[in-house]
Write a protein that binds this ligand. Structure first.
Ligand code: 5AD
Ligand code: FES
Length: 348
């Protein structure tokens, strides 16, 4: 099969063989990229029209007990400035977010034991009772199954946990020996069983990544069937093991967004901040390649620069309202409209 035939197969059957995915990633031409892009954008349009969902991202802690080789807030980064938001600060981010039209709050942070189940459950309950029409999404790394169950019982609706790479050997090149690929995958499956709307995802262009790895990422998503998938380029951070590694490619990231859209027509697919960081039009291009979600930052401005997973992260100086307005205009300029909606996953 040639690349055009593989794109047709993806469009018609929502899947392809591993070998076909690898072939596509290695041989796609500029013209075929444009065909893929148009098809993926059309697919997203069929399901979401011109609507773009927003998620208010609240970065609750820059403390992390893990030491991922690529991440700027890894515990061994002595230069990282650590902060932790109080419950009051988090609630005040939600208050301003709600007024701006956010109906999903994403509480994201490093793996920080100080955020106990008790505290998080109380926080989730408060947010859900104050804003019953909002979804609460957690993005707090690997927690015990009991903990994830408690947080779900407290009212959390969704959980984001990128698998990072579906290949165990590759995972081990990106993480220290104490971190377990098997536990990551197990946790993701458990999240689904517990009843979270679950988000998996991976970085594009992370060190040692091969086209085979990316094909396996796509097939892993096919198998797990998450409701969301976060895909962004790897971006080096100066204080990490991979400080000198090149960033992930723009076109490759866009190609993966499009392929995921074709394989999962209704999946919630963000145009990520990392994509906006490697290219000034990255997020717009993400939408034009089939993404349908953006995640503006609702964190207090004084802490934004300290939640630095990678260098040169955008939007660290802007207030939430400014970012939202900026994104509104950007989306409008390409024919899309940010909506006030929870933006839940809906079954076909
Ligand atoms: N470049 C791009 N993305 C990164 N992440 C962490 N570090 C980097 C980096 N250097 C991503 C991971 C994680 C998410 C919260 O941020 O995929 O799951
Ligand atoms: Fe934050 Fe443009 S989206 S400044």
């Amino acid at each position: 099969m040639n690349v055009t035939e593989i794109i047709t197969k993806l469009t018609e059957t929502q899947t392809a063989e591993r070998g076909e995915l690898i072939f596509l990633l290695q041989h796609i031409t500029d013209d075929e990229c444009e065909l893929l892009r148009r098809t993926a954008q059309e697919t997203a349009r069929q399901h979401f029209g011109s609507h773009i969902y927003i998620r208010g991202l609240i970065e609750i802690s820059s403390y992390c007990k893990n030491d991922c080789f690529y991440c700027g807030i890894r515990r061994s980064n002595r230069n990282a400035v650590r902060y932790r938001l109080s419950e009051e600060e988090i609630l005040s981010c939600c208050d301003s977010g709600y007024a701006l039209g956010f109906r999903t709050f994403v509480l994201q942070g490093g793996e920080d034991n100080r955020f106990t189940d008790e505290m998080l459950c109380r926080l989730i309950c408060t947010v859900k009772s104050r804003y019953p029409d909002c979804a609460v999404t957690l993005s707090l790394g690997e927690r015990s199954f009991e903990s994830l169950q408690k947080l779900r019982d407290a009212g959390a609706d969704r959980y984001l946990l990128r698998h990072e790479t579906a290949d165990k050997q590759h995972y081990e090149k990106l993480h220290p020996g104490e971190m377990s690929f098997d536990n990551r995958i197990c946790t993701l499956r458990r999240l689904r069983e517990i009843g979270y709307q679950t988000g998996a995802g991976f970085m594009v262009g992370s060190p040692y990544q091969t086209p085979e790895n990316l094909a396996d990422d796509l097939l892993f998503i096919k198998d797990l069937q998450p409701q969301m998938c976060g895909i962004g380029p790897f971006v080096p951070h100066r204080d990490t093991v991979f400080c000198d590694a090149p960033p992930g490619g723009l076109q490759l990231t866009l190609t993966l967004l499009s392929v995921v859209r074709l394989m999962h027509p209704r999946i919630l697919l963000p145009a990520t901040t990392a994509l906006g960081t490697i290219d000034p039009r990255g997020r717009e291009l993400g939408i034009l390649h089939g993404a349908n979600v953006v995640m503006p930052n609702l964190s207090p401005v004084q802490h934004r620069k300290d939640y630095a997973l990678y260098d040169n992260k955008i939007c660290t100086g802007e207030e939430a309202a400014e970012c939202l307005q900026c994104l509104r205009l950007r989306m409008r300029a390409i024919g899309y409209e940010i909506v006030t909606d929870r933006g839940d996953y809906t079954e076909g």
